[in-house]
Write a protein that binds this ligand. Sequence first.
Ligand code: PMT
Length: 405
Amino acid sequence: MASDVTALPLEGRRILLGITGSIAAYKAAVLCRLLKCAGAEVRVVMTPLAKQFITPLTMATLSKNPILVEFFDPENGAWNSHVALGEWADCYLIAPATANTLAKMAAGVADNLLLTTYLSARCPVVVAPAMDLDMYAHEATQQNLRTLRSRGVEIIEPAEGELASGLRGKGRMSEPEQITAFVAELLDEKKKSLAGKRMIVTAGATIEAIDPVRFISNHSSGKMGYAIAGELAARGAEVTLITGRTALSTPRGVRRVDILSAAEMYAEAVRAYAEADGGVMCAAVADYTPAEVAQTKIRKHDGEMTLTLRRTQDIAAELGRQKGDRLLVGFALETDDEEAHAEEKLRRKNFDFIVLNSLRDAGAGFRGDTNKVTFIDRAGREELPLLSKREVARRIADKIETFLK
Ligand code: PMT
């Protein structure tokens, strides 16, 4: 029988509500209530100053969860893990966000639980600024907001109106109804768009053994590929992440397959792609591997030493051959004549589009949290500004959606 009960917009969603020390903190009570009414489970983290504006008792009663302020409970020493909080949340909503907290977020300061949780959160982060009009308009605040936006933080613009100072202007925190609607839309869009799609993502560096001690590898940290895997999973795709050795933890909802060498990555990628709707080849795969792996540690001796290398199999090119009507997205990491090399790889490996990053661009490529990329497909090119890897992952996911539609 068909049901006439419409699902609540935030049903099953876990929202971590961060409250900072602003007079607008009183609106956090209504906001918490609206989030709960929309079906969300809400936990609240407050800065020490926020307690002066709204009591933890009010927020605990409304959220039906204990309020977190300190790194540990002074009564019994129990540790409030910012990592676990960040992992728990589907969305970290900081409302109100003061100029002080925004500045600390932009600078990576970690002197309270709300901030350490921000630094370790892997979910979408949304801030609703609240402050006096001149503080909001100040170039320092605007610069901080630009920095946060470039790192993928969603910003709910404050409204114009009467402010606590008695002045009128832009700085009032957006109303709780609008903030709730914003969060619901953000999560809804991500939930549905790739549901039912199976994707593989390769990430990180491969390791080619020379002997039991040494190897050939490269500088890939896996950050770019992990951000893509996380974003695709957040949009509902079933993601298999085939990864070289990294220090990163597995993005929520992603199936992870660990490999070491290019040959191992080849075997896993070919197997997983056969079952998939598409693949994103972000790994930095060795093009050459030692022709022979010494069984014992190679001893040093006078004079030069020659290592004979042989070609590895090109994983992307093989998937390009098998592709059929599946999607295949490649990367090109270049140091010179970038576009010509990327276009050649686009054609030779049969990619639908290729993501070019150049080591000549500051902030692009290996290890950092940012990247500067150009999308190239058969219709043309689109150059993006320097963005967080998380934001680049979102743009890639947006483009994947247009191809899979
Ligand atoms: O991991 P990070 O530190 O975040 O860094 C991200 C990154 C710089 C590694 C990433 O943005 C990137 O550029 N990845 C591709 C690196 C690379 O090896 O590019 P390439 O131009 O050599 O290879 C072209 C394409 O073929 C790539 O999609 C690559 O994954 C694939 N390839 C290459 C060789 C091979 N044997 N098999 C492959 O599948």
